[in-house]
Ligand binder design. Structure first.
Ligand SMILES: *Cc1c(COP(=O)(O)O)cnc(C)c1O
Length: 416
């Protein structure tokens, strides 16, 4: 499964063979964890050069760290991105991205169907800084185009919306955005790099919660920002002032040299070490989980007690054609299904023995959640309606258990 036709090595090989930026003094085969806060220098000149970016060296772990850099190198090898920055969480990746490009008077065009905290970041947190969010139906290209003006700092969407299971046609959207000089920013947490080629789809910036697939079994919280070097940031009113570097370098420059260090949400080196290990098994875990998810989606569709199943590879999904175009194999390990009522959902969840009641996605364990009463539990009824949250829907994140055991657990919980 090649991510770029021009890359000669396979996805897993590229990750596993990624070299350290410097040879380890003891020849350690995995990079040791650098838990130190600061780095010392031989001379006054050397430390001055490091601080003035005249030498490529680590100075202080909030700014950069060798263990974190090693994870970034693996993500770069996996994705083909030009620049990668790891941060403390998926939300840190999203908020740092918008701190770098949004300004008072700017607007973000997006779908109202967003991860709860992303919705809240746009609608409440950034709004108080004078940034406007413009919600559009991402299936409607005319509506997207009409919402854009000279102060649009980005079009943002999630690869597969959760829990709605919608897929925006990124190929078509990116064409419109290119003509309007607006960057395409995508949260690709739901399908990792071995299943989705962001650059081919026209994505300029990708944000990811590495807590999910990358962490290697829910080991730690993390996030990453990937910059494909495809957008000319001199077209962004704020970044047009960053004149020290060429247009396509400005986002990374602003992020690395100002925003990320000022926000301070750096990734911890212990997390980076766990997640670098997670990267090595990403493809094999993803392929197993996603194949099981497709099989369970078909299995649930055949059951009379299940009213509806959300999985974009099913013939019943209106997004099947777009999904088949965007995703290399199966569209991830998350699916949703509707039972007759909220009570039915509660009873079903309570009877499960193998599947665990927990939030999170893409753990090695299969997880189930009732989004309306949990993730969206504190939003008003009005907001839930805006976000399109149904109370008879369950979300399943399929793990690595044997598929027959998952099917058996589902059947017994349905009372069959
Ligand atoms: C989990 C998640 C996030 C937030 O990531 P954290 O690592 O929890 O901060 C953002 N977007 C999507 C789609 C997610 O699933």
């Amino acid at each position: 499964m090649e991510i770029e036709d021009c890359q000669s090595e396979g996805f897993a090989t590229r990750i596993i063979t990624t070299q350290f930026s410097r040879k380890d003094a003891h020849g350690a085969i995995s990079l040791p964890i650098y838990r130190n806060a600061a780095f010392e220098f031989e001379t006054s000149e050397a430390i001055a050069n490091a601080f003035q970016f005249k030498a490529n060296a680590h100075t202080y772990t909030r700014i950069s760290n060798p263990t974190v850099e090693n994870l970034e190198r693996k993500i770069k090898a996996a994705s083909g991105a030009e620049f990668v920055m790891s941060l403390a969480s998926g939300m840190a990746a999203i908020s740092n991205t918008f701190m770098a490009i949004a300004y008072a008077g700017s607007n973000i065009v997006t779908s109202p169907h967003l991860f709860g905290n992303t919705f809240s970041l746009f609608k409440f947190t950034l709004a108080e800084f004078g940034v406007e969010v413009r919600f559009v139906n991402t299936d409607n290209l005319t509506e997207i185009e009409a919402a854009i003006d000279e102060n649009t700092c980005a079009f943002f969407c999630e690869l597969i919306t959760n829990p709605h299971m919608e897929v925006a046609d990124l190929f078509a959207i990116s064409k419109i955005l290119k003509a309007k000089n607006v960057p395409l920013i995508v949260d690709s947490t739901i399908v990792p790099w071995c299943g989705f080629n962001a650059k081919k789809a026209g994505v300029d910036i990708e944000v990811v919660s590495t807590t999910k697939y990358v962490s290697g079994g829910a080991t730690s919280i993390g996030g990453a920002i990937l910059d494909y070097g495809t957008f000319d940031w001199s077209k962004n009113k704020k970044l047009s002032n960053v004149t020290a570097v060429a247009g396509y370098l400005r986002f990374n420059f602003k992020l690395r040299r100002e925003i990320a260090r000022n926000m301070g949400a750096c990734m911890d080196s212990e997390t980076a070490s766990l997640q670098a290990l997670g990267m090595e098994t990403l493809q094999i875990r993803f392929e197993h989980m996603a194949a099981s998810a497709y099989e369970l989606a078909k299995f649930l569709s055949e059951n009379k007690k299940v009213l509806k199943v959300g999985y974009t590879k099913l013939d019943s999904s209106v997004y099947k054609a777009v999904s088949d175009k965007l995703f290399i194999s199966n569209p991830g390990a998350m699916l949703t299904f509707n039972l007759s009522s909220k009570e039915e959902c509660y009873q079903f969840q309570n009877k499960l023995k193998v599947i665990r009641r927990a939030t999170n996605l893409f753990d090695n364990k299969t997880l189930i959640i009732h989004p309306e009463s949990t993730i969206y539990g504190t939003f008003s009824k009005e907001m839930k309606d805006v976000m399109g949250i149904e109370d008879n829907l369950l979300r399943l994140s399929v793990g690595l258990e044997n598929i027959e055991d998952l099917k058996h657990d589902i059947l017994q919980a349905l009372g069959e």
